[in-house]
Design a protein around this ligand. Structure first.
Ligand SMILES: [Cu+2]
Length: 359
């Protein structure tokens, strides 16, 4: 939990609360040598405190705005027994990722991105993951879900593979919920902190839940009921850029302050569902706090009725996750903040805005 100064980088934090920065006059920053970008909302306003400049999304190979809704549903075929076989292709790769303007991190990734692909299946699917290790270290995919010991991806099982090797994990998608996968190679905290994690969402099969079929359908990607929802996946993560087992940057979906600089647009009359997962290492607890509103929460997403109702903050330990549902239908349009309520995380990148608009 070191400060930005320990990051050993050229990143600069803008704190225009000092009044030194004029609203409309970009000036050179002493620390970074880069100019304040007055065209970026939020970076140059009283009380603003965040990084200066922009991350090169093109070089990273992903845009944090796209990560919110970029579900990987794989390829499907029908098995002789009528079930769906859903196949995913995943690689482990070493890759430099720019996690804040000017700050690169030597990451280990799934499919070249952090978080890894947001895998999404339907309860009862047969899931097949073809995993290739193109990286420099042994890696695995350990799924939080129900499966056999052979498919667990831990040391001593065939799913822990060395560089150049391939393994195929196969299991039934269950239970429905908001889950995750991560590498389980040792030392685990290092493989996690390097970026090897991603969402694994299993939608409930409505026919298996006749008493709550409507709710189940609303969670089923591709259904008319689901299309009404504004769904997004948020993986809370952090980066230890100087490898002292404390984090220098915090975020949702990797890029510090990405959704402050570019707020997430929400149409106010459609409900919102967030698949939230905590993958932060070195800090035991993370949290999600929503401004100006309250939400229902489904711990691990494994129930169709909320496990917490009408809360404005939830906490998650490592690998904890859940589903948030809320609505801004009764609100006036505007920017509504959400962030970790650990102020340190907030100031080091885990701070964001929803831009609620008429629609
Ligand atoms: Cu690994």
């Amino acid at each position: 939990m070191a400060g930005l100064a320990a990051a050993g980088s050229s990143v600069a934090v803008v704190n225009s609360a000092s009044g030194q920065v004029s609203q409309n006059a970009p000036r050179s920053d002493v620390t970074s040598g880069t100019a304040y970008d007055a065209s970026v909302p939020g970076t140059n306003q009283p009380g603003a405190m965040m990084t200066v400049g922009q991350v090169d999304n093109l070089a990273n190979g992903f845009d944090p705005m796209d990560l919110l809704t970029d579900w990987e549903v794989g390829t499907t075929e029908t098995l002789p027994d009528g079930r769906t076989l859903r196949t995913f292709q995943v690689t482990a790769e070493d890759k430099e990722i720019e996690i804040a303007p000017g700050v690169t991190f030597p990451a280990w990734t799934f499919n070249g991105r952090i978080p890894g692909p947001a895998l999404r299946a339907t309860e009862g699917d047969r899931v097949r993951i073809v995993f290739q290790n193109l990286g420099s270290h042994p890696h695995s995919m350990h799924f939080h879900g129900i499966h056999s010991a052979r498919m667990d991806g831990v040391n001593g099982t065939p799913g822990m593979i060395g560089p150049g090797a391939e393994f195929i994990y196969e299991f039934d998608a269950k239970p429905f919920g908001c889950h995750l996968y991560h590498c389980h190679a040792l030392p685990l905290k290092r493989h996690m902190a390097k970026g090897m994690y991603g969402a694994f969402v299993v939608d409930p099969a409505p026919e298996r839940h006749p008493e709550q079929a409507e709710t189940a359908r609303s969670r089923l990607l591709g259904s008319a009921e689901n299309a009404r929802w504004q769904e997004m996946v948020m993986v809370m993560n952090a980066f230890d850029t100087n490898f002292d087992e404390e984090n220098e940057f915090y975020a949702v979906n990797t890029i510090a302050f990405a959704y402050m600089k570019k707020p997430i647009r929400i149409v106010k009359n459609r409900p919102v569902r967030v698949y939230l997962i905590n993958t932060v290492e070195f800090d035991p607890i993370n949290s999600f706090h929503l401004h100006g509103n309250f939400f229902d929460y489904y711990n691990q997403g494994t129930t169709l009725s909320p496990t917490l109702r009408t809360v404005d903050i939830i906490t998650q330990c490592q690998a904890e996750r859940g589903i948030l549902e809320f609505s801004f239908a009764e609100h006036e349009p505007g920017l509504y903040m959400f962030h970790a309520h650990q102020a340190e995380f907030t100031e080091l990148g885990w701070m964001a805005n929803f831009d609620v608009v008429e629609g």
